[in-house]
Design a protein around this ligand. Structure first.
Ligand code: GLN
Length: 488
């Protein structure tokens, strides 16, 4: 079975028809990881024995006729999801010794479906970053060009899927961390509506923005995985209770009459010429499929990055206060008294980007600055939500580039945090509004590097977004292109 060209859907069919066993599938993926991952650095942890045990259990389930669509399918998980008995590091030295005693809700859902845990993927430390350069476990290389970043913070998940080291991987998106790495690695990725995927056991960065989702080669595969991932969970107070939905149900719907909103702020400067060309070609493809274009405006787009970099650090400074060296995680080996132990443990356990965010967050929440920064940012967040509301009165979906440029080189933006932050200019407002967003491969730009098209929908329009992406993927083959490294 050629794992480079076989989709998750086809793998599931082959398992059901007993053309391949789950054990064989797991072995084949683990073999690819052993062979290719030393070059990429996409995985932090694999555990062959454990994965193969799960495969055997899946094989019995398939034999007994009680298998579901994901039974026996290996899935890689971003190392932000607590996984019982597995090292769960969140890309940080702080959690470099943390073996989780429990499963995140997301992991429970996959286990119940009979999916295998293929391994835990590398990520920016505490999901703070856009290039995977902040990980304690080293950078992840972009499979299309090893001198370039895979994007972040879900860089390990995106690189693993792009190199076909996994048929799908979980990821999280606080300001773009699913869509941006998906775009830079030439794969598909969806961030669902805020609240659809439980945050229980998903290590918190900025709780009002964090949302779990998935990356896979195609929209069809995203839908299949999303069906397992989404679900109400009383342990997350913002989890949404809705009747279950089949995210693959609308895939084949024709696009006639679709109104695509093009925010002028996403197309006016700041986007490199190669990305703009690819996006324009994708829009023309949508017109051939029956869609029309509508010019819209999201006037507060430029404010989304500054608003995010007040709110996200504020929430992070509070969420990360739990890492004190007492209950779990890194503890300084030598210290004088309790206060010294806290200080040294945090000083040694957190990397520079995490410290920068904690300092910023503490500052904007402090007395005297709270009104000027935190409160003001909340007000602007409301304006951004309203921008989308007016936009969706004029169109059915919003489209634009996922990122301003193709993948950049290592070290290119690490010296200037603001430049790094601006690489999320098109994704961040979607998190501030809590809307669903999708990135799909839409051709190549400079250096033969992938370009991502972003689709933004109204609340709970995931099935429709996947439909729009799927029809495009039936008409084009960008999503099935793989980097040379994957076929080696
Ligand atoms: N790049 C953004 C940040 O550094 C978004 C990260 C994310 O979505 N987790 O915060």
């Amino acid at each position: 079975m050629n794992l480079v060209t076989t989709s998750l859907k086809q793998l599931a069919e082959a398992l059901r028809k007993r053309q391949v066993s789950s054990r064989e599938l797991a072995q084949a993926y683990l073999e690819r990881i052993v062979r290719l991952d030393p070059t990429l650095g996409a995985f932090i942890t694999t555990d062959h024995e454990r994965t193969l045990r799960q495969a055997d259990a899946a094989d019995s389930r398939i034999a007994s006729g009680t298998a579901g669509p994901l039974t026996g399918i290996p899935v890689a998980h971003k190392d932000i999801f607590c996984t019982q008995g597995w090292l769960t590091t969140c890309g940080s030295k702080m959690l470099s010794n943390f073996v989780s005693p429990y499963d995140a809700h997301v992991i429970e859902q996959f286990k119940a479906a009979g999916a295998l845990i293929l391994g835990k993927t590398n990520m920016d430390e505490f999901a703070m970053g856009s290039s995977n350069e902040t990980s304690f476990y080293g950078t992840v290389k972009n499979p299309w060009d090893l001198t370039r970043v895979p994007g972040g913070s879900s860089g390990g998940s995106a690189a693993a899927v792009a190199a076909r080291l996994a048929p799908a991987a979980t990821a999280t998106d606080t300001g773009g961390s699913i869509r941006q790495p998906a775009a830079l690695c030439g794969i598909s990725g969806i961030k669902p509506t805020y609240g659809l995927v439980s945050r229980y056991g998903m290590i918190a960065y900025a709780s009002s923005l964090d949302q779990g989702g998935v990356v896979a080669p195609s929209a069809e595969d995203l839908g299949i995985v999303l069906n397992t991932m989404v679900g109400f969970d009383a342990r997350d107070s913002t989890s949404i209770q809705r009747p279950p939905e089949d995210y693959t149900a609308l895939l084949e719907q024709p696009l006639r009459g679709l109104r695509i909103g093009l925010p002028k702020e996403f197309f006016s400067g700041g986007v490199s010429a190669d990305v703009e060309r690819a996006i324009e070609a994708a829009l023309q493809e949508y017109e051939r499929l029956g869609a029309t274009r509508v010019d819209i405006s999201l006037p507060n787009t430029a404010l989304s990055v500054p608003v995010y970099y007040v709110l996200a650090p504020a929430e992070a400074s509070s969420n990360l206060s739990r890492f004190d060296g007492v209950r779990f995680g890194w503890r300084a080996p030598r210290y004088d008294d309790l206060a010294d132990m806290y200080e040294l443990s945090r000083a040694q356990g957190f990397g520079p980007e995490v410290k920068r965010r904690i300092l910023t967050g503490t500052y904007v929440l402090s007395r005297g600055y709270y009104d000027a920064y935190y409160l003001q940012a909340q007000r602007v967040r409301r304006l951004i939500v309203n921008d989308f509301k007016s936009a969706f009165a004029q169109c059915d979906v919003i489209m634009g580039p996922s990122t301003p440029t193709v993948a950049f080189g290592f070290g290119e933006k690490t010296g200037d945090p603001v430049q790094m932050y601006l690489s999320d200019i098109f994704t961040i407002s979607v998190n501030l509004a809590g809307l669903p967003g999708l990135s799909i491969p839409a051709g190549f730009g400079q250096g033969g590097l992938p370009v991502g098209l972003q689709l933004i929908g109204d609340y709970f329009s995931e099935a429709r977004l996947l439909n729009l992406a799927h029809r495009y993927q039936q008409a084009t083959d960008w999503h099935s292109r793989v980097p040379a490294l994957a076929s080696a």
